[in-house]
Design a binder for this molecule. Structure first.
Ligand SMILES: [Cu+2]
Length: 296
């Protein structure tokens, strides 16, 4: 499980690298400047990653920025070599080509230097992976189930669960975002470490919230574990299912709404009543001995 979580997180980081590469082409300076300081959703003409929220996302952002420098330097170095070789050893200037086939010193260098670079990258990379695996230090749990095509959020400690659907374009209220806002967001208290148990009900989905640096697969019959570090500030973080899961794959967004502790308590009280009938935990086994997971 932990492996899956870390693997899928690695994919998130890799995704970030690609975004960073594009940004580097357009103008490396902008990558570090960032965009829309308080945005937790994608913005028009946005470059680089979404501003990081919480310690995990900050570490991922730092690693991304470090890797961007490393890959930019390597790419420029290799480009320089190619241009140099093309000009210096062009056929017109070298009518009699060299027959050199080995150079021990260069061969050792082009083996050792990449190894040193990779080991250097591995140190912060593993630090992040192991940090991501520290789910034991969390304050609360939310179980997230991917369905075709909506999410279900279960608060096992509070004993309720609810479905979360996309708000249709014609029903959008003031302040809601097309294709990202949902009817019932996943509400979390700010300044809290939350363990997420992520599973699926039909096909593969993936829970992906870029600003919180979380991307974990939702498999049927398997529970993946990860944690998020929701920082201070009543912000809303948007994400999407990140695994092609069928015809409405693009229409099952994720909305994570962070509230101050007191407002969160009020929400829990209201949600307990509103979702009182929602003991919709899938149960397997003999009906005589069924125990609802939320009642444990
Ligand atoms: Cu999906």
């Amino acid at each position: 499980m932990a492996f899956m979580a870390t693997f899928s997180y690695a994919k998130t980081v890799a995704f970030g690298q690609r975004a960073g590469m594009l940004a580097a082409v357009a103008g490396a300076a902008l990558v570090f400047a960032g965009t829309g300081a308080f945005a937790a959703e994608p913005l028009p003409w946005q470059m680089g990653l979404q501003p990081p929220a919480g310690t995990i996302a900050e570490m991922a952002d730092d690693l991304h920025n470090l890797l961007l420098v490393v890959i930019t330097l390597i790419s420029l170095f290799v480009l320089g070599l190619l241009v140099y070789v093309g000009v210096r050893f062009r056929a017109s200037a070298n009518p009699v080509p060299s027959k050199t086939s080995h150079n021990t010193v260069i061969e050792i260098l082009w083996t050792v230097i990449p190894v040193v670079i990779l080991v250097g990258i591995a140190v912060p990379s593993f630090r992040l992976l192991y940090y991501l695996d520290k789910t034991a230090d969390t304050d609360m749990v939310i179980k997230i189930t991917g369905n075709q095509w909506y999410w279900n959020y279960e608060y096992p400690d509070e004993g309720f669960a609810f479905d979360s659907y996309l708000v249709d374009e014609e029903d959008l209220q003031e302040g809601q975002i097309r294709l990202l806002s949902v009817d019932y967001p996943m509400v979390v208290p700010e300044n809290t470490r939350i363990k997420l148990l992520i599973t699926g009900n039909d096909v593969m989905h993936s829970f992906f919230v870029p600003a919180l640096a979380v991307q974990v697969y939702a498999f049927i019959g398997r529970t993946n574990e990860v944690w998020i570090d929701v920082p201070e500030g009543g912000k809303t973080y948007y994400g999407q299912c990140n695994q092609i899961c069928g015809v409405n794959h693009a229409y099952m967004p994720i909305e994570v709404k962070a509230l101050p502790a007191d407002e969160y308590k009020v929400w829990v009280e209201a949600a307990r009543e509103e979702f009182a009938m929602n003991e919709t935990v899938p149960v397997i086994g003999d009906p005589e001995t069924i125990v609802l997971a939320s009642a444990e």
